[in-house]
Design a protein around this ligand. Sequence first.
Ligand code: GRF
Length: 207
Amino acid sequence: MTARKRVGVLISGRGSNLSALIEACKKPSYPAEITVVISNRPDAAGLDIATKSGIATRVIDHKNYPSRETFEADLNAALRAANVDIICNAGFMRLLTKGFVEAWRDRQLNIHPSLLPAFKGLDTHERVIAAGEKISGCTVHFVRTQMDAGPIISQAEVPVLAADTPDDLAARVLQAEHKLYPQALELVASGSARVEGERVIHDLKPD
Ligand code: GRF
């Protein structure tokens, strides 16, 4: 097997997608390993998840920086110091500037709990229910400067049930996220997914 890609995971909170990625990386044939977890919030529960799994963590608190650029300079330095090949945003609640996004172009993934390009932004599940959608889901995409936009790597659908509260729907979508994110990272880390003309092409490799 070729060398596993080194992944840096950016979080701001709970870290359930981080957990799913950690689990996937335990498989010997998985083409990626997590080498650092960085949170912009010191109280993010995901930091404990990483520590318990023996993964190095860093807190880079955006509140300690006078600008997005100075925050991102330290973020970038921490990722470079860990020799990261691929960044996975997993519930990372900071918008990134063009400079950072371009430095990691086609090497930074994000997961969003809707079928993009529908329902970008926050309060996704409330808005999906209010709109009367019957299907929702989640998307893993490469990061671009526009929020929740960029070439789509993979998506999964879940039904929206008549009695769903936003929390019910969030829980159902989250289960799908935990399957989708490891699959999408596998596609990227193995080189089976690549960006062409702002669309992701998947190579089907024979076994
Ligand atoms: C997930 O729903 C993800 O799609 C969104 O933020 C949430 C993060 O949850 N971007 P967790 O921290 O991974 O549990």
